[in-house]
Ligand binder design. Sequence first.
Ligand code: MN3
Length: 199
Amino acid sequence: MSYELPTLPFGYDALAPYISKETLEFHHDKHHAAYVNNFNAAVKDTELDQKSLEEVIKLVAKDPGKAGIFNNAAQAWNHTFYWNGIKPNGGGAPTGALAQKINADFGSFGAFVEEFKKAGATQFGSGWAWLVLDQGTLKVTKTGNADNPLTVGQVPLLTMDVWEHAYYLDYQNKRPSYIDTFVEKLINWDFVAANFAAA
Ligand code: MN3
């Protein structure tokens, strides 16, 4: 029962000029696809093959002997979550219950933005910045490499890929420019609000 690479939820040229077709082709068709293929190969004919990605991530997170399975399962999950968290004509600010919760837990939307951008900019090396719900409180967090908040019981609401492959073709070494654009032009707040409502 192999896991299938989900198609992008938008066209390859839909995020230009903020994220180019070339970046999406490499990022989805090469990087994301490789994590999916490696995951399927690693769990083939094992008991993990019948489990969801989320279950596998939680099951093997603390097992150093299964780091390869964890890394590929988490990267497969993280990338699908990342694609769903962005869209053409995204950005702006959330509304409704999510907006109220952001104001309550961060002080203001601007304070959340500042913290989220900082998390992405200060993640040393490869990794991810996240908005999560942690025991009922919204928090910004960052993880290295494939690591995922599901392993510590947090509910992911939004993620931003800060691996160089996410931005290097379009922004070269200017990670902060990619981060500004991600927040201002790309975030799919409807997806974040749906995750919050379901949490
Ligand atoms: Mn990536």
